[in-house]
Design a protein around this ligand. Structure first.
Ligand SMILES: *[C@@H]1O[C@H](CO)[C@@H](O)[C@H](O)[C@H]1NC(C)=O
Ligand SMILES: *[C@@H]1O[C@H](CO)[C@@H](O)[C@H](O)[C@H]1NC(C)=O
Length: 235
């Protein structure tokens, strides 16, 4: 019988070759960790957006379209398409909005840009929402356009309060509880390892809402944008 033959073979295998196998595995793991560490140390060279520029752009958008969220979004997208050449970075000018459920919070998003190392979205809700930010492998810059975002970390007894024109920076690895008090809209920019953020972005949909059309559309748009960027060499 094949099964007993195989187990006999394993039992008689010399411990020498088993040692070699393990040395190879550990060597491979070492190379993998070194490679990932190296990629992590050079990821900055693939960033195109500048946090200071985006902060200024968010503030200009607010000033140029008071009380007009749609006007702010239009201002941002128009400015970005005029600022960045389309052979350097791909921007999605078609406003295909999808629900976003993550960390217990719910809102809608419009993906302006998504690549391996950066994403830029409009996120928010006119109703308000509250949840866990998630622990991410990217730095996250949350530019408030309309409304307020509140946040806190364990140990803080007072909340942080972010109003239009302010930016809430969530460094890689940090987690908070946040609330978009009543209606709130933001320009969210993340830089780091974006694909590693996707499981958090999809977990609530797969385990709670089971909103398959949203899952499908989010995966389709994100995948499309990442691939279109890769095709022009934007990592
Ligand atoms: C884009 O916005 C920035 C920041 O407000 C501004 O300095 C720049 O002149 C704008 N560019 C265009 C092409 O409108
Ligand atoms: C914006 O809306 C607020 C509240 O409705 C109003 O008081 C204010 O005058 C509006 N500002 C502009 C510039 O329309």
């Amino acid at each position: 019988m094949a099964v007993s033959k195989k187990s006999t073979k394993v039992r008689t295998e010399p411990s020498q070759s088993r040692l070699t196998t393990w040395v190879k595995r550990i060597g491979f793991l070492g190379i993998l960790i070194t490679t990932l560490g190296w990629l992590d140390s050079i990821k900055d060279r693939w960033y195109i957006f500048e946090p200071a520029f985006l902060h200024e752009l968010a503030q200009t958008a607010i000033a140029s379209s008071p009380n007009d969220t749609a006007g702010m979004i239009k201002h941002i997208v128009t400015n970005l398409t005029e600022t960045y050449p389309d052979n350097k970075i791909r921007l999605n000018t078609h406003q295909d909005w999808v629900f976003n459920n993550a960390g217990g919070a719910m809102g809608a998003m419009y993906i302006i840009h998504a690549s391996i190392t950066e994403y830029l979205i409009i996120f928010g809700t006119p109703l308000g929402t509250e949840g866990h930010t998630g622990i991410h492998t990217a730095d996250d810059y949350f530019h408030i356009l309309v409304g307020e975002q509140w946040a806190f970390r364990p140990g803080q007894l007072e909340m942080e309060r972010y109003t239009p024109g302010m930016v809430h920076l969530m460094p890689r690895g940090v987690a908070k509880q946040y609330k978009m008090h009543e209606g709130c809209w933001a320009l969210e920019y993340a830089r780091g390892w974006i694909p590693l953020m996707l499981p958090f972005g999809f977990a609530d949909t797969l385990t709670s809402t089971l909103d398959i059309p949203t899952f499908y559309n989010t995966a389709r748009i994100t995948g499309r944008e990442i691939i279109k960027n890769l095709l022009i060499g934007k990592i």
